[in-house]
Design a protein around this ligand. Structure first.
Ligand code: 13P
Length: 240
């Protein structure tokens, strides 16, 4: 199986910085045999990144999208606009979208369906808070998020799931390997197919990526802070 490592730049890197990053990155990146690297710049950088990455084996994906095609939706980007930019994946319901932008479950479910119908693979993020974890509610919370996010999605194998243990926020801690394995196994049971990838998305760093990739049902990473520097992002990819 091919591992996939996603860089989510969040709201970082101006177009100039992005261009510099991609140039350094392309000069050092020789295609890994078992690994695909994906980069999600801020929306303003999608066009330049799409041009710069056109002939490379680095793929482009989007941090978000709206579910409608066009109309009066200030600041939004539609699925077919992402098709034009060669974005093959989109992240949906990142914990920050829920925490700071109040995206509801119903809203998210429409995005998942719109992405699939435009041949863009959605990555649905799920997570529990520290309070929920301490009350042993993790599995229940994740199950509800999956049910609501995937409501009436005909083919769940067209969706990937990212697990973000956000309670480790602001630390250089990760969940323990045993904890991650238990949760990833549980998610695998819930999605009921082998094609949905279950992505681990918190505090992945060059010094823990090898250990994390060896955990059962962890094949992909979603990385923010350690992806902002091209050298550090490439070191994470040296798991093969
Ligand atoms: P870090 O990689 O900095 O822990 O961020 C995780 C994340 O939010 C990925 O989208």
């Amino acid at each position: 199986m091919k591992y996939l490592i996603w860089a989510n730049f969040k709201m970082n890197k101006s177009t100039k910085e992005l261009k510099e990053y991609l140039e350094v990155f392309k000069s050092k990146y020789a295609c890994f045999l078992h690994i695909d690297l994906m980069i999600a710049p801020v929306t303003s950088g999608l066009w330049i990144a799409s041009e710069l990455l056109e002939w490379s084996c680095i793929n482009l994906w989007s941090q978000n999208m709206y579910f409608e095609e066009s109309w009066a939706y200030t600041w939004e980007i539609s699925p077919s606009m992402l098709n034009e930019l060669n974005c093959t994946y989109v992240i949906i319901w990142h914990s920050e979208r829920r925490q700071y932008f109040n995206e509801t479950n119903e809203f998210i479910n429409k995005k998942v369906k719109a992405a699939i119908s435009h041949r863009i693979r959605p990555i649905l993020c799920i997570w529990e808070s520290l309070e929920q974890k301490n009350k042993w509610l993790t599995k229940e919370v994740l199950k509800i998020q999956l049910i609501e996010g995937l409501w009436w999605v005909e083919d769940v194998s067209k969706v990937d799931i990212a697990y973000e243990p956000v309670w480790a926020i602001g630390t250089w801690e990760t969940a323990t390997p045993e904890y991650i394995e238990e949760i990833h196994d549980y998610i695998r049971e819930l999605v009921w197919n082998d094609e949905s990838r279950i992505i681990y998305g918190w505090s992945v760093k060059p010094d823990n990526s090898k250990q994390l990739i060896s955990i059962k049902n962890v094949n992909w990473f979603l990385v923010w802070s350690a992806s902002l520097d091209p050298e550090s992002f490439l070191k994470i990819a040296e798991v093969e």
